[in-house]
Design a protein around this ligand. Sequence first.
Ligand SMILES: [Zn+2]
Length: 609
Amino acid sequence: MLVKYSEELIEEVRSRNDIVDVIAGYITLKKSGTSYKAKCPFHTEKTPSFSVSPDKQIFHCFGCGVGGNVITFIMKIENLNFVDALKLLADRVGMILPEKDQDIDKKKYRKRKIQYNIHIDAARYFYRNLKNSEVALRYLKERKITFETIVKFGLGYATNHWDGLYKYLLSKNYSKEDIAQSGLIIFKQNQSEKYYDRFRGRLIFPVFDLSNRVIAFGGRILDNQMQPKYLNSPETLIFSKGYHLYGLNHAKNNMKNRQIIIVEGYMDVISLYQYGIQNVVASLGTALTKEQARLLSRYAEEVLIAYDGDEAGQKATLRALDILFSAGCKAKVIRIPNQMDPDEYIRKYKQEGFIYLINQALSFIEYKVMLARSKYSIDTIEGKINFTKEVAQILKNIKSEIEIDAYIKKISRETGIDEAAIKSEVYHNKKSKIETSKNIIGNNRNTIQYKKDKSFVKNSVEKKSAIILAEENLIYMISQDFRLFQIFKQNMKWEDFTDDFHRKIAKIIFEKMENKEYVIPAELLDIFKTEEAGEKIASIFSKELNKEFMEKDIMEYINTIQVYTLQNKIDQLNQNLKKMSKKENPEAINKVYIEIVKLKKKLEELKGN
Ligand SMILES: [Zn+2]
């Protein structure tokens, strides 16, 4: 028996399925003015005459005359009857259609409708409060949030009153039962009935669904003494946790390169949006869920994770990467330097700064390698061995030998660890893999080095890379002789050292030498208190370099660092260039290209030295 659904329910299903979004799942739509054009899927044609209007939520073909709304489209393209098409669309947005008794769904629909109304009234109430709240406006002003942005995101403020919203909603003639169901008021039914507003003394962020209806709220404290920092609406008739993404209602209209950026906080979304990065969403106080990942995959081909740089953020990033991959999404990680969050970063470095970070986004593998690198101190032998082992574990999961090889080369270049050593670890205990790939690497002279004993790794990582050696020697030289220091200063700055630890030492040496003071290694040991630093300093300053040759050698070492740095810069620009060519921005591409040519010329000059 065919179930009859109420008009309200049908309308609900239709309005929650954006027609552009649904049709884009079947055919490629191209934006053309206010509508989208495509080749008609219902008749054969060479030039597109099939049109979809997001404003009117209808489609129409000027060629064969077919047309209708999103339900009609699904019926035609999937060859389904009305009820089955409706079920498919309901399923698509996580709605469950009742099997029978349309009275129940009618009642439920009315209940939901009331909740939407309560939420829009509450949003208006919070917004009015904000306009009258000095403290909330000051908070937003300090964060450089403009009035335009406040309106765009419908920001509001919940005062410290216990029952301000409750009284307001009562004055709007909502029943106590409906108000309680909104989750915005908390009822305590003990001896006497008690009630209070869930959100008090908080900046309010309304959460919108894809049809731009308010379905929930998030609240952030203004006074850092209060707890918790963030508070969100509970599950209600109109809000299921883990099914929505904050900001997606805006982001879906501002897609760039089919990418969406996911951040942790409301303020991150709002700030990025205001500074022109508008394809951004937040996962609403929960860790990213499967449903949210699926939602993202509908709009984006690639998701860029830009969580905070702290440890919790790293864990959340790894989890999100897994979830996105299992949802079939490509994902990358945007790293925000100095433990900043996206909000802080974009306020400081603006849109250009953030676009730079987007272009530097790391793949899953690159991100894991980066984490491993920060875990171990690769300046020590032990650190190098452990790092190499962990990297090998990561690389083992890659199927393509060519890809593995590319990563090994890159890691070797960046860390100074011998390529063969990493290879040996990757293929270690993986005999079968080596055998099956013999035709690829069998002729390679390096094959002979794939020994399985661990001492091999140790030996090769012990050989310091030329760059590390050059830096150590330079540190030694400039701390010994004012003349050498002057030569160095004419060619380089202390910031030019590529190794973090070397840079720290060099900075101290610079300060001392500028004051005409010699550096006493023991003093350095006092400054860097760890055992590891002590060992390194000791090893650098125990060098016995021949004074006669130092003046000649210093230029060679400086040259080594300059060549290395320049090569890195060129590699980076080349990578950027690859990413840019997709965007078809000839002017920007040309600029980078000219820069590369310039740097390459400089590199040739340096190498000629
Ligand atoms: Zn047609």
